[in-house]
Each structure stands twice: as structure tokens, then as C-alpha cells.
Design a protein around this ligand. Sequence first.
Ligand SMILES: C[S@@+](CC[C@H](N)C(=O)[O-])C[C@H]1O[C@@H](n2cnc3c(N)ncnc32)[C@H](O)[C@@H]1O
Length: 319
Amino acid sequence: MTDAKAPHVSVLLREVLEILSPKDGGVYVDGTFGAGGYSRAILEAADCIVYGIDRDPVAISFGEEMAREFAGRLVMLEGCYADMEELLAAKGVASVDGIALDIGVSSMQIDEAARGFSFMRDGPLDMRMSGQGRTAAEVVNEESEAELARIIFVYGEEQRSRAIARVVAERREHAPFTRTVELAEAVASVVRPTGRGVHPATRTFQALRIFVNDELGQLVKGLAASERLLTPGGRLAVVSFHSLEDRRVKNFLSARSEGRARPSRHVPVTDEGPAPSFKLIKRGTIKARSDELAVNPRSRSARLRGAVRTAAPAWTEAA
Ligand SMILES: C[S@@+](CC[C@H](N)C(=O)[O-])C[C@H]1O[C@@H](n2cnc3c(N)ncnc32)[C@H](O)[C@@H]1O
């Protein structure tokens, strides 16, 4: 199969830019640089500095090329956005005016068979964005059947998780899984297609990708780090692609904009929480408009939430 590498088309770009409202002299973080679509838009909107973070070395090399166009205004940082405080501190930056997070994988990552994210393209069962840590093959071959069922159920919201774990456990007795299509076929042997064109392995692949890259842990830590880094009036824009992520963003921002959730697990829940550290830009999510939906199918499931940092201190613990 050939690799058709379509360039990544930024999702909800206009809307993210409206939330960030870049200003001259401002300092911005693009925590999920990818193909740099958000960074470019921010840099073109104001005479500001952008720190572009990505855990994928390929995205970093791409960004370093792009940085030449912006004469010192785009600085690339390789690492996880959950660690953005440390990454920025190494550059002497302790506070910023805006942070954008566009959670998940880029089309370049999905389309590159060798990265192992796609059940449509045969490749090594890898799925690591950074190239570090355990591969999806190691997880599939080493975890117990019960743990695999849990991962697929929790992170893929897959009702057939136990049947999938069983067939995986049976087949790996004969030979370990090494390729994406082997896993996709095993899943398809016990999950019926929905009839809406969704591949039976979609949810299982999503689950493994989220688990391998600790995507939900990254999100929770990244939101808390954003709260500490943003100056009063600083702006946060978060785009997510499924309910597991959006729920975490929603819970974080609702608690912190209402000031009602428990500030710490050692303090009982009361109506009087700490002062709100964020003000929502809009209640609920912002979705792609029809013109974007028409040209970028990936935007269909995208959900954007935005908030402005208040002057209140950051809360002490993730709510
Ligand atoms: C959806 S793409 C971002 C696209 C980007 N907004 C654009 O316009 O080109 C997500 C990118 O975030 C990176 N990424 C995902 N999780 C990350 C994390 N926890 N830390 C750093 N980068 C991450 C991925 O490697 C990928 O390049």
C-alpha cells in the first residue's frame, strides 16, 4: 500500500485564533505544534513570540525549518506539553499570554504507515508519538487479557472489549502481533461493522493510541500547567476530538470558572471553593462551521473550548 501523505489541515483555526486574540509583544505556546498551522496563524496575526512544543521529533524538524521564516519569533521545544513549565523555564519563560492545545494525532502521523497508527495501512504496531516508551505491540503482546479488555473499554468505549481481548490473547499464543493489519483483522473477526462506514477496529486503535501515549494523563497535567503559566487576561484554547478528552476539559474549566469544586481532596466539597481562576469565553463547545466541514472531514468531531485566565491564584490540585 502506498503512503498518501496529505499535509495536516488545521482544525477550527479561525476560532482558535479568535480565542487567543494574539497581541504585539505577547508570548504564546502552541503545545501541539504538528504542522504548525496554529503557530503560523498566531505569528502572522501579531508581532509576538510562539513556543512550539511537540513530542514528535518529525514535527520538531518541520517546525525548525518553519522557524527560519520568522526570525527568532518561533522557538521549537521537543517534549510533552504536560511538561511545558519545565520546557519554558529552560528558556527563561515563567508566564505566557496564550496557550493552544489541539489534542491527538496529526494526519501526517496517521498517514505514515511506519508510525503504526492506522488500521488502513499496514505497518509496525507502534503508535508512539515520541518514538519513546512501550509500543502498541508490546502492550498488545504483554498485557493480561483482563487488562487489555479494560484498556479497550475505558479508552475506546468499545462494548466488545472482552471479546477483542479474548481473540488477541488466543492469537498471540501462536505468534505475537507485530503489524497493524494483523490486529485490525483480529478485531474485525469479533466486531461487526456498524454500517456507517466506521471500521470495526477504530475504537480499539483509538484506545491503544491513548494508552500508549498517556493522552488523558497529558491533558490533565497540561491543563493544570496552563493555569499556572497564564498571566491574568491570558487565553486558553483547547481542541479535542472525542468525549473522553472533552469531558476532562469541560470538568476542569467548569470547576475553575464557577469556583465551586473541591480545591483539594483533603478539603470537603462546599459551595465556597477557591476564587475562579478562569472565565469561560462561551458556555459549551465551539464546533466547525459548515464551510470547514465541507473541506475537512476531520473537523466533524472537533470540539473547542476557550477561557480567559483571571487574576486569582491557580488551584492547588486538578479538579
Ligand atoms: C492534531 S496535531 C496538531 C496540529 C496543529 N494544530 C496544526 O495546526 O498543524 C497534534 C500534534 O500534537 C502532538 N502531541 C500530541 N500529544 C502531545 C503531547 N502530550 N505533548 C506534545 N505534543 C503532543 C502530536 O505529535 C501532533 O504532532
